[in-house]
Design a binder for this molecule. Structure first.
Ligand code: ADP
Ligand code: ZN
Ligand code: ZN
Length: 834
């Protein structure tokens, strides 16, 4: 017997064949993992794709052991992997590496760490397990190959797997992910009232005439009846008072605040809350969605755009776009559709961009679905990952996930929701597979006969085009929930402001005044700037020298907090210079501004404001994202300064003002998508303004406020925007009318990469003619000491052309790598670049 095995490596062949020894034959089936040798000595856990009797005409190695009793990968998952590897032009091994969670991937180099919490349950271990546990206890950390030597046996993976299952050890990479429970501020009655609520009667008497405090107490008591614990924020919202009124009651010893940990994953202990009553707009949207999703034989089956060539599964309007303005209440609509699926025993996959997967959305869903929700993203730790993986197999009704959630082993998937479908972070860039989660989701859904719902206030042009051609259904929610008006947007002409000396540093007087007046009213504000750090350029005023990265052709960004210059591409760090290394002058200045500088300067102009900053630098480190968002939500901060993170699906109810510091950087970015991105970002960030009580205001500073995109945002003119943009896309042969494939070649020597790219482009051009553009040097010629050359393909939409081109790319890569001196050139293929 033989088995075809997928290895977690970027190998040219789809699978590799191994022989099956008698001893393991009975355990072997597609979907289980096996221990195999590849290369001279390395071992890997590979996945069995097929078992057969076709003896290859070369000598094959035997399978060393079988790791699983039951399959870890389902037939549908295999089909998804195949589709990804085919559509996105990568190897099956690369897909496997991305798809399987860490604990299912072992190699001889995997680091093992002793689990101190295991204690001394050594008695329950068998002889092999004991030996390794002992070695680990002494050395704390060993690699799998060490373990094999300790046992002096042919195979070791099964023992490791058993120790993993028994909790004796961890994999090193897993340990680094720390799990922090979320803390919320809750409120309860202080003693003695907690034990003797009767005493409250006296309190009410004392408080007579103090309306606010009475209201708070009433609000608290009402909430307490329905909930196991009461969130401070809920009391404030219900009583519609400020925190200071609550503090008075705390000082009087009537109420007290305390911290409460809330689990993020499972074990939701709180009582469920009835979902809100639907608004008329929501009722209509749900009715339309149901009608469109219904299998209507009149409509011909359609597949998603990028899956069109391979998907034939499916029935009418399998995909619908829910185009609802910010604050229209799309989430509540999702909840309704999810309920229906759950009632019928189906599963829902709810995808969000990683960064939008905050506790806000998690708790909104948990309030309704409780423990039926599992959460899957890159910040959860291994145990949780294992838990979610298992729960997907067991039919967990709702999985809320970042794009990697696509790879879970669903049993009965019925609905996939892709929220914020326009978000470019749904596209994975590095490493391969370079897949788009939205398009992959549509294919995944088709495998299960499930429906896909795409939701956003700012649809991508691809999706919009698909609604125009009738491939996707379209349901609109043009109004904000509760009749709230969309924010009033104004532009501020920076050129004029400068001329009239109305600028204070990077702030127009109007922006500063509006901020101040919001502060005076106890309202909050968000400031958006699409650049982190303090200043992106450190420049000599005399000779024009500026600080560049040693490894990349980009300027270094100054970070004030660490007082360092940092490369945002490779992470290189150095101390800032005071003397120009080129001319010796001391006139070194900062150019441009990032979020850090904005935060810093705001403190000067608005000394009393409590300011928080949300960008990659703060979200990753000490004040992590959750804490920051809690602080803002619970009004411990007045102003939130941030990069595009602040645009992603956050729902605050006290933001009166949103300021965009410089729109030009968005509209003028040299990329065919810059118009689309600018429209989306500006509309989304504007949407954070004025969500509950009243209309919000948005101020957009720009040197070119008359730019068409800025005007379209200003007028909320989505149709005008897509109309203009689609015309340009058609004229210049861009998506959604043409399909792009980017090829990026890299090598340490410019000469080598130039030669490779010239050869490559010529080979492609011979077959594809002027569909081939380039090679050109990319905007950043060198990253991490690798020089790049880019080739772009613009293909008409045709399935044979696409598959022919992919075959050509594979073939050309092989030939190119076979040429003298070019074997080390790296080729990255990016299908449908975002
Ligand atoms: P979107 O995702 O479309 O931008 P949200 O789903 O965040 O909008 O809803 C906007 C606000 O309206 C949220 O604060 C939400 O709690 C509230 N909301 C939406 N639907 C309802 C409803 N049916 N009843 C009460 N509040 C609602
Ligand atoms: Zn100089
Ligand atoms: Zn660099």
């Amino acid at each position: 017997m033989f088995a075809d095995v997928i290895l977690p490596l970027a190998l040219p062949k789809r699978t590799y064949t191994y022989s099956v020894p008698e001893s393991v034959a009975s355990l072997l089936q597609p979907g289980v993992r096996v221990e195999v040798q590849f290369g001279r000595s390395k071992r890997y856990s590979g996945l069995v794709a097929r078992v057969h009797h076709e003896k290859p005409d070369y000598e094959v190695k035997p399978i060393l052991s079988v790791l699983d009793e039951v399959t870890v990968v389902t037939a549908q998952q295999f089909r998804l992997w195949d589709w990804i590897s085919d559509y996105y032009c990568c190897t099956l091994g690369e897909v496997m590496s991305a798809a399987l969670p860490g604990h299912l991937k072992l190699t001889s180099e995997t680091k093992l760490v002793f689990n101190k919490a295991f204690g001394d349950g050594f008695m329950e271990l068998d002889a092999d397990e004991y030996l390794i546990a002992e070695a680990l206890q002494i050395q704390q950390e060993i690699i799998v190959e060490d373990a094999r030597k300790i046992l002096n046996k042919k195979t070791v993976f099964p023992v490791i797997q058993r120790l993993l299952n028994k909790g004796v050890l961890f994999l090193r990479e897993d340990l680094q992910e720390k799990f922090k429970p979320r803390k919320v501020t809750a409120v309860r009655l202080a003693e003695p009232y907690r034990e003797q609520p009767d005493l409250l009667r006296e309190v009410f008497k004392e408080l007579s005439g103090k309306e606010r405090q009475v209201e708070i107490l009433m609000a608290y008591l009402a909430l307490e009846k329905r909930q196991p614990f009461v969130l401070k924020q809920d009391v404030l919202t219900k009583a519609d008072v400020s925190e200071s009124s609550l503090n008075t009651l705390v000082k009087k010893g009537i109420l007290e605040k305390y911290d409460r940990e809330v689990s993020r994953i499972s074990g939701y202990e709180d009582e469920l809350v009835e979902a809100d009553e639907l608004s008329p707009q929501q009722v209509r949207a749900i009715r339309e969605l149901r009608q469109l999703f219904q299998d209507d034989p009149e409509v011909t089956p359609e597949a998603p755009d990028s899956a069109a060539e391979t998907t034939k599964v499916g029935s009418p309007k399998k995909v619908i776009l829910l185009h609802g303005v910010t604050g229209s209440g799309k989430t509540r609509v999702y909840v309704e559709l999810m309920r229906e699926v759950i009632k019928q025993g189906g599963q829902v996959l709810y995808l969000l961009p990683e960064i939008a997967l905050t506790t806000q959305i998690i708790s909104r869903l948990q309030k309704v679905f409780g423990g039926e929700v599992a959460v899957y993203h890159s910040k959860i730790n291994t145990q949780e990952r294992v838990e979610v993986w298992k729960s997907a197999v067991a039919g967990k009704p709702v999985i809320l996930a970042a794009r990697s959630g696509l790879f879970l082993p669903f049993q009965n998937l019925k609905l996939v929701i892709v929220d914020e479908e326009h978000d470019s972070s749904f596209k994975q860039y590095d490493p391969a597979p370079r897949y788009h989660a939205r398009d992959t989701a549509i294919f995944l859904a088709s495998l299960y006969g499930a429906k896909t719902l795409l939701g956003t206030a700012t649809p991508s042009l691809e999706t919009w085009h698909n609604t125009l051609t009738g491939k996707f259904g379209l349901v609109k929610m043009p109004e904000r929930f509760g009749g709230l008006e969309l924010p009033e947007i104004q532009t501020i002409d920076l050129r004029e402001q400068m001329k009239n000396r109305q600028m204070q540093s990077i702030f127009s007087t109007q922006l500063l005044e509006s901020l101040q007046s919001a502060l005076d009213k106890g309202e909050q504000a968000i400031l958006f700037q699409n650049r982190r750090g303090y200043a992106p350029i450190l420049e000599c005023e005399v000779c024009g020298w500026n600080a560049m990265c040693r490894h990349c052709d980009v300027s270094l960004t100054y970070h004030m907090h660490t007082h360092r210059l940092r490369c945002h591409y490779c992470g290189y760090v150095q101390e800032p210079v005071k003397i120009c290394p080129a001319c010796g002058s001391g006139k070194i200045t900062f150019k441009g501004f990032g979020t850090e500088k904005i935060e810093d300067e705001l403190k000067i102009f608005l000394p009393n404001a409590r300011i928080g900053r949300m960008d990659l630098d703060t979200a990753g480190t000490k004040s992590n994202l959750t804490a920051l968002l809690n602080d803002f939500e619970e009004r411990r901060l007045d102003i939130l300064v941030g990069t595009q993170m602040v645009t992603k699906g956050l729902d605050f109810d006290n933001v009166a003002l949103v300021g965009v510091l410089g729109a030009d950087a968005l509209t003028k970015f040299p990329d065919f998508r810059s118009g689309e991105r600018a429209f989306q970002l500006l509309t989304q960030v504007a949407g954070r303004a004025g969500r509950k009580n009243k209309q919000g205001r948005v101020l957009i500073q720009a040197f070119d406020p008359r730019h068409p995109v800025v005007q379209e945002v200003l007028n909320g003119d989505f149709l005008g925007f897509v109309d203009r943009e689609l015309k340009e896309r058609l004229e210049f042969k861009y998506p959604p009318f043409y399909r792009l494939i980017n090829l990026e070649l890299r090598h340490k020597e410019p000469k080598v990469v130039n030669e490779a790219a010239a050869f490559y482009a010529k080979a492609l051009r011979a077959k594809l003619g002027d569909r081939v553009l380039g090679p050109v040097i990319p905007n950043i010629a060198r990253i991490r000491n690798y020089f790049g050359q880019n080739i772009m393909l613009k293909l008409e939409k045709s399935a044979p052309l696409l598959s022919g081109t992919k075959a050509l790319i594979r073939h050309t890569t092989e030939i190119m790598l076979g040429r003298p001196g070019l074997s080390q050139v790296q080729v990255a293929v990016d299908v449908d670049p975002a």
